[in-house]
Write a new protein. Structure first.
Length: 126
């Protein structure tokens, strides 16, 4: 997955030029359930929403940050890697993917192996 950070870096540079002397912004991070893979993405399982959906917090430093993004259970349409573990995923493997949006978000092509979600407790009312 490729994310263009040029726009974000331009905004940050312009803000810091207009506000000299302000401290650098700090990102608040929770250490619970956060995993990083070689692409420098932090993925946090927030909660199970339904039997087939979960809320994920996705953070790519300097690129994008999605809080409580809804991911849906499905089957991998292409080979790729699990965003949480880096494990190779093959076409047909059970996965979770971000709910589609228009326009697509930066992590629209990302996948998490369904086995990483199985242990997450149910928090919804049936």
């Amino acid at each position: 997955m490729h994310c263009d950070s040029h726009g974000w870096l331009t905004i940050v540079r312009q803000l810091s030029e207009r506000s000299p002397g302000l401290p650098e912004p700090a990102l608040e991070r929770s250490s619970a359930c956060v995993l990083s893979h070689p692409g420098h993405v932090d993925v946090k399982l927030v909660e199970r929403l339904t039997s087939r959906t979960v809320a994920i917090t996705w953070h790519e430093p300097g690129v994008c940050h999605y809080v409580e993004q809804t991911w849906i259970e499905g089957v991998s349409r292409v080979s790729g890697k699990c965003a949480m573990t880096g494990k190779v995923l093959r076409r047909g493997d059970p996965v979770y993917r971000p709910r589609p949006t228009n326009p697509p978000l930066h992590n629209a092509a990302a996948m998490i192996a369904a086995e990483q979600i199985l242990g997450l407790p149910n928090t919804w009312s049936e």
